[in-house]
Ligand binder design. Structure first.
Ligand SMILES: [Zn+2]
Length: 208
């Protein structure tokens, strides 16, 4: 026994979403089918709405309704400092983590802007410099009086390769380049750290 054709179509479309297997897609499709029409309409409208009304900010490449985005358009944020992240979710996480914590005022920790690469270098997956927003980063640095670039790509093979590439890209510029620190998480116990985390933490030590 198979799903009716319209359901099969929906299951197929849903199972293309990352992390959604065919079983989950089937469950979601049946949920939509069993719920009221308003919900289905709202879901369909929201899907089209993100495609029609969200674009890339022409400066930092973030997803935004407006161009420039609210961060690039905010004059109280430091134009001279850019934090480079692999994807949009990372930028949101950095902004949100400070906002959520009432103990830390984001502006005192980071008051610069961002650059979203929309991917990381991964030669084995066919992702080279042309496939991510590196050209846009180089152009931005050339044009806008940027003085400092902080690389906040992940500490894995792709994140490190991307950080290294940006280092090479900016080698002959006046820009001060840094990498966010890697090491022991707050509240973490040294006893349980792996060797590479410990050596990065030791390497990244700073004066008290
Ligand atoms: Zn922007």
């Amino acid at each position: 026994m198979q799903y009716a054709e319209p359901i099969t179509r929906l299951v197929k479309a849903l199972s293309r979403l990352p992390g959604v297997g065919e079983k989950t897609a089937g469950r979601l499709a049946l949920y939509v089918l069993n719920t009221n029409r308003e919900y289905a309409e709202e879901l369909a409208r929201s899907l089209i709405n993100v495609k029609d009304n969200v674009r890339l900010c022409s400066e930092c490449m973030t997803f935004s309704e407006s161009d420039p985005c609210s961060i690039c358009g905010d004059d109280s944020r430091d134009k001279e400092v850019i934090c480079v992240v692999g994807d949009y979710k990372d930028m949101i996480a950095i902004e949100a983590s400070f906002t959520k914590s009432s103990a830390i005022n984001i502006r005192s920790v980071y008051n610069g802007r961002y650059h979203i690469l929309h991917g990381l270098l991964a030669p084995l997956k066919g992702i080279g410099p042309e496939e991510i927003k590196l050209k846009e980063l180089a152009k931005r640095i050339g044009n806008h009086g940027v003085k400092e670039v902080i690389i906040a790509t992940p500490f894995d093979g792709e994140g490190e390769a991307t950080a290294h590439y940006i280092g090479e890209l900016l080698k002959d510029t006046e820009v001060s380049l840094s990498r966010i620190a890697a090491g022991i998480p707050v509240g973490g116990s040294i006893e349980y750290m792996d060797a590479s985390t410990l050596s990065r933490a030791m390497d990244g030590r700073r004066k008290l």
